[in-house]
Design a protein around this ligand. Sequence first.
Ligand SMILES: *Cc1c(COP(=O)(O)O)cnc(C)c1O
Length: 228
Amino acid sequence: MSTIAENIAKVGARIREAAQASGRDSSQVGLLAVSKTKPAAAIREAHAAGLCDFGENYLQEALEKQAELSDLPLVWHFIGPIQSNKTRPIAEHFAWVHSVDRLKIAQRLSEQRPAGLPPLNICLQVNVSLEPSKSGCLPEELPALAQAVAQLPNIRLRGLMAIPEPTEDVARQHAAFAQLRQLRDDLNLGLDSLSMGMSDDLEAAIGEGATWVRIGSALFGARSYANT
Ligand SMILES: *Cc1c(COP(=O)(O)O)cnc(C)c1O
């Protein structure tokens, strides 16, 4: 069994190799550690080994871990589906939200962002694989959504996020990530972020311009319950 520190070193090496292979500087690729279902102690261990950005999908679970880890200077990212009655604690307790897919959610996050905090960093989630059950706005809805979100006062629109349909076909992985990058570039809003790539496809995502890879199981081991 490998330790979290060993896993971080392995993932770091994968990121550096993928960046080098596509002529990018690995400092442009942020490692977002996805700690859902994992205990606060695992996050503490990952922080001691050098990580500071952590992604959580479930609000209640995230708030409990944040309270336990309040002595550490961690940067919290919300990456899960958002119900509109849960926006206030998200606006109050996170630095980034990667999973905004409709205007109402963005408006509420902007209204509810506390005055003393910097603007909330937002990525719009896009359904690039066109799976009907998946979250994310449709590619054709994106331009109007992005224009409207970019006007909101207390959030800062940074880029796009996607969770493409899993596939071992590397060419298809590249195609989905390239589509997200193209959508971002076509918006012409100067957005600097692409949140894409997970444990099994981070190389393809980095090759297509990822600025955040969201890595769970390769850092913390397999998760113990299904659908997470
Ligand atoms: C769980 C999750 C991840 C991490 O997935 P792994 O395959 O464990 O790396 C990344 N992004 C989102 C949105 C997730 O829900």
